[in-house]
Ligand binder design. Structure first.
Ligand code: NAD
Ligand code: ZN
Length: 356
């Protein structure tokens, strides 16, 4: 299955399915100008879990650079190490870099590719559920000690090759975290789809066919938005639904304590409470979503230990602060997002409602 992504300046495809790595890579190499060298950037966990399948199905020779796992690979130090690896291995502008991993590997690799020799082509080979979101759309970044994703670039991949074989080694927690972005895509686009998701008993055990159709639907939502607004001047902001408060939780927990998607689900509940006030979302709906999220093991108790005072410094540091007010994505109804400026005092009020 192929989903086109057409931005003003770039066109590429997301190929998604089971056991598609070999055929998708072959057809990509036929399409692209001759590649002189392939370099794979991955992380320890991904390589450990996926190297056998990857090596057996990758039809061309490659060099591999294995990085520290997850968020750790988005450090300045690792960014430098990755560049050193490219230089030492003779990577040129005719080489192709593969981002083989979750959102962290994808973000780091994309930024390395954007900056090495002022830009070399790269391909996303996502291995997490969350990465159905992060691999599409060309946002790349590393972290600064003072904030997440502060250093980055918009840089589109040549293709996204999403072989669902890789998802089989994800932990329940990673599935739960990744499903948060699926929920987000449904919340901002389609009530019927969201209601279907909310009927799932155990999100961590979602059946493969259903997951495939949800990932495809999520990628379609993202591709449509990115096509309209590649650099987040307008509608792309809607993809931050749940992320303003979510990012603050993630930061307060010291990144990793609460997984990205777990924090996003907390942020979605918070945004729904705001949407009751500024939009037409009902309390009944917020409660039913809260129950669904609680039943599925999203960590409300762990998060309750982060007080509003501990979140505030991170809320005001968010990239989405404009003229001193926080910019929230809210919903008029499910599938109808809009932007709303909100003062810190209202945020504090809603936070106490959230905890009640
Ligand atoms: P991740 O890349 O940190 O992966 C989560 C963990 O799972 C890591 O420990 C990783 O090593 C491991 N892992 C990955 N794939 C695996 C597999 N198939 N089997 C076993 N283990 C595996 O996390 P993520 O949730 O995929 O992505 C989060 C990152 O994505 C954050 O850095 C976030 O900022 C970024 N992000 C970027 C965008 C974007 O548009 N660029 C959007 C959303 C999130
Ligand atoms: Zn996210």
């Amino acid at each position: 299955m192929k989903i086109p992504v057409n931005t003003a300046s770039h066109q590429y495809e997301v190929v998604i399915g089971k056991n598609i790595l070999k055929s998708a890579i072959e057809s990509l190499y036929e399409r692209l100008p001759k590649i002189d060298k392939t370099i794979v950037l991955t992380d320890q966990n991904v390589w450990e879990a996926g190297k056998d399948y990857f090596s057996a199905n990758f039809p061309y020779p490659f060099e591999v650079f294995v990085m520290p796992p997850g968020e750790e690979c988005k450090s300045f130090d690792n960014y430098k190490e990755a560049h050193s690896f490219l230089i030492e291995n003779g990577c040129t502008r005719k080489s192709l870099i593969m981002a083989f991993g979750g959102g962290a590997v994808g973000d780091l690799t994309g930024f390395v590719a954007a900056t090495y020799m002022r830009g070399v082509p790269f391909v996303q080979i996502p291995t997490t559920i969350l990465a159905h979101d992060s691999a599409v759309g060309g946002k790349t970044a590393i972290n600064h000690p003072q904030g997440k994703n502060l250093i980055g670039a918009f840089y589109q991949p040549k293709a996204v090759i999403y072989d669902m074989e890789f998802l089989s080694t994800l932990s329940e927690r990673e599935i739960r975290s990744g499903m948060a972005e699926v929920i987000k895509h449904a919340m901002i686009s389609n009530e019927k789809w969201l209601k279907e998701i909310m009927l799932i008993d155990s999100i961590a055990n979602i059946e493969t066919d259903k997951l495939a159709s949800y990932l495809k639907a999520g990628i379609e939502v993202k591709a449509k938005i990115v096509a309209e607004d590649e650099t987040e001047q307008s509608v792309r902001k809607y993809l931050n639904f749940g992320h303003t408060y979510g990012h603050a939780i993630e930061a307060a927990a010291g990144y990793g304590g609460i997984a990205h998607g777990e924090a996003v689900v907390m942020g979605i509940v918070y945004a729904l409470l705001l949407s009751e006030r500024y939009g037409n979302v009902s309390r009944k709906f917020t409660k039913s979503f809260l129950q669904f999220a609680y039943n599925n093991g999203y960590p409300f108790e762990a998060v309750s230990s982060y007080t509003f005072d501990s979140l505030e410094p991170f809320l005001v540091k968010d990239k989405k602060v404009e003229y001193g007010e926080l910019q929230f994505v809210l919903l008029n109804a499910i599938g109808e997002p809009f932007m709303q400026s909100i003062s810190l005092s209202v945020c504090r009020e809603i936070d106490s409602e959230y905890r009640a």
